[in-house]
Design a protein around this ligand. Structure first.
Ligand SMILES: [Zn+2]
Length: 226
């Protein structure tokens, strides 16, 4: 596999999702459309809020959070006071909600964030846990996805971030296409992870490298399997 696919530095593996601005892995398109069609039959309008994201975009997100330009949240979605955090605390606060550039599953074209367009306008989608449970606008869609996944009628998709393993915050909205993401994970090594950070223009690079092993294990390699 081309290393640039792992790092979000190429689009050679992607195709556009018709009628949207999103790009997805060419091998996943058919199964995604099947999932979407089944959701429609069940009364939902399953739409994508985020699909492929490239390295440059992820770097921008990281650096905007690292400088306090973009709000940091605690585990309960409450705003954190940037000026009161140490650099190390900032790094780990970002990692809870955002991947490092080169480390996002959204680089691979296999991972998508979804919502129900029948109950929520695209502009209102925040992708926070409260949207996906209880009386949240995407709760019913996710109950339906639960029922599909538990019947092994999973269309190849699963949720990698459901249980809280102390790394990435639970993200019910994030679906991953197993046949592709599994192959990426198999070849994504710690040395690639480290080299990517060393070569990046990322803010707090030294702190990230100091905690490289822990970050790689907790935020990249700890996730739920189908
Ligand atoms: Zn996501």
């Amino acid at each position: 596999m081309n290393i640039d696919i792992l790092l979000g530095k190429t689009q050679e593996h992607l195709v556009p999702l018709e009628g949207t601005k999103y790009l997805v892995h060419h091998q996943m398109l058919k199964d995604f459309l099947r999932l979407q069609q089944n959701a429609t039959q069940a009364g939902f309008d399953l739409q994508i809020a985020s699909a492929f994201r490239d390295y440059a975009r992820q770097l921008k997100i990281w650096n905007a959070k690292a400088t306090g330009e973009r709000q940091l949240l605690d585990d309960q979605e409450r705003p954190l006071e940037f000026s009161k955090l140490s650099p190390t605390q900032i790094v780990f606060a970002i990692l809870r909600w955002s991947a490092l550039p080169g480390c996002s599953r959204h680089h691979w074209g296999s991972d998508i964030d979804v919502y129900d367009a029948n109950t929520q306008a695209a502009a209102d989608v925040k992708l926070v846990p409260s949207e996906c449970i209880g009386t949240g606008p995407a709760a019913k869609l996710h109950e339906w996805l639960d029922s599909q996944f538990s019947q092994k009628n999973d269309f190849g998709f699963f949720r990698p971030f459901v249980t809280d393993q102390g790394g990435v915050s639970p993200e019910r909205w994030h679906l991953s296409y197993y046949p592709i993401s599994r192959r990426v994970i198999d070849v994504y090594t710690f040395s690639l992870f480290k080299r990517n950070i060393e070569e990046s223009e990322i803010i707090f690079k030294e702190i990230i490298l100091e905690h490289a092993q822990e970050i790689f294990q907790r935020y990249m390699m700890s996730f739920d399997l189908p």
